[in-house]
Write a protein that binds this ligand. Structure first.
Ligand code: ADP
Length: 362
């Protein structure tokens, strides 16, 4: 800093001294000697110029000093401006403002990086935790069988069956992980086209009948659309089927025997550009405090609940299903939401666009 201050000071002083020396030299050659008055005036002028130069240099150097970047303890470049402490000269105000903006955007980037890092490590911790459970379970069953249970006809089949269920869980977890990473990285290509949603939903309901029937649940299709009235939507059939499988599978899993689940199509004539599809169950419902986080990756209302869901039997959920569903619906420019009441049931609903205009804009 000292060199900058020195440079800023020395230049005007040197110019003034040079001017004085020339004036004195001219006077000396013309008059033959320097009158005392000229000497005093020269010295006074010199003192004034030195003082002014020092003040001027300080005014320039002090704000620049304050604007200088510093390195914080973690080695990050940290910019700070004088704005809060001193008012910089006009020439430096624009620079101060620019540096303030740079510092703000740098701070924003730093926070975003920290958030990303946090999300990444949480994700990795969740993945390892979720993988560990079924792997340990399969290992345990195999070791028990090898330790002699394989020759015990009362338990050997049971252990093998349990190992199979856990390996299925591992498989579905890996599939969900692949899906979510493909969607989030933008690698999952959607194949949008126009199709009639009503027969699609009727077929889907028929396909899911055996699963519902196995739990003595009535599954039916309904809506406000006349049976043969065509309602075209612009969507990816396969992905919408994946959404419906997830929602209906959950509805069956979290419903008691003897209840009903409806798949409903609402053609909102008033809005004219979208339809609403609902999966409505009379199952165990979800407490309000869980609803805001339900679509987050790995979020489960109660880790033990999927296992103890009415009827049980199916392997644990992965907690990724609804996160995938939300991504898919958002890729369709639709909206997904949930309404639920513990003990009464849940309604998951999403919208699909009838027009293709949104995809042409992209
Ligand atoms: P999972 O694979 O565990 O089912 P999801 O992401 O599909 O994961 O669901 C997250 C959580 O939301 C589930 O663990 C469950 O607690 C709750 N849930 C989802 N659908 C329903 C439903 N229809 N009824 C009650 N709870 C539900």
């Amino acid at each position: 800093m000292a060199s900058l201050r020195a440079k800023a000071t020395i230049f005007p002083i040197s110019v003034c001294l040079l001017a004085l020396a020339i004036a004195d030299f001219v006077m000396f050659t013309v008059v033959g000697s320097l009158p005392p008055l000229a000497l005093v005036v020269s010295l006074v002028l010199l003192a004034v110029v030195v003082l002014a130069s020092l003040v001027h240099a300080r005014q320039l150097v002090h704000p620049i000093n304050e604007l200088m970047p510093t390195i914080d303890r973690e080695g990050h470049l940290e910019l700070r401006s004088t704005a809060a402490r001193i008012t910089p000269p006009v020439e430096l105000q624009a620079l101060t403002k620019a540096i303030d903006q740079l510092a703000e955007s740098q701070q924003r980037d730093k926070l975003a990086r920290q958030k990303l890092e946090r999300v990444r490590s949480e994700f990795l911790a969740n993945v390892s935790h979720e993988l560990r459970t079924p792997i340990f379970a399969v290992q345990g069953f195999i070791e028990t069988l090898l330790d002699g249970a394989v020759d015990d006809p009362k338990v050997n089949r049971d252990f093998l069956e349990r190992a199979r269920v856990q390996s299925e869980r591992l498989n579905s977890l890996l599939n969900d992980l692949i899906d979510i990473s493909r969607i989030e990285s933008g690698e999952m290509r959607m194949s949008f086209r126009m199709f009639d949603i009503q027969p699609f939903l009727r077929d889907f309901t028929s396909e899911m009948q055996p699963m519902a029937r196995a739990k003595h649940i009535e599954l039916y299709f309904t809506g406000n659309v006349l049976p043969h009235h065509e309602v075209s939507v612009f969507a990816d059939k396969e992905r919408i089927k994946q959404v419906l499988i997830n929602l209906t599978d959950n509805a069956i899993k979290y419903s008691n025997e003897g209840t009903a689940i409806k798949i409903e199509l609402i053609d909102d004539e008033a809005s004219n550009d979208q339809v609403t599809i609902r999966v409505v169950d009379n199952g165990i419902g979800i407490a309000p405090e869980h609803l805001p986080r339900l679509f987050e990756r790995f979020y489960r209302v109660d880790k033990g609940r999927a296992r103890s869901a009415p009827g049980g039997g199916t392997p644990d959920g992965t907690g990724l299903g609804l996160a995938i569903v939300k991504h898919i619906i958002e890729a369709h420019h639709g909206k997904i939401s949930v309404m639920s009441e513990p003990g009464k049931g849940s309604t998951f609903q999403f919208t699909l666009r009838k027009d293709s205009a949104w995809s042409e804009v992209e």
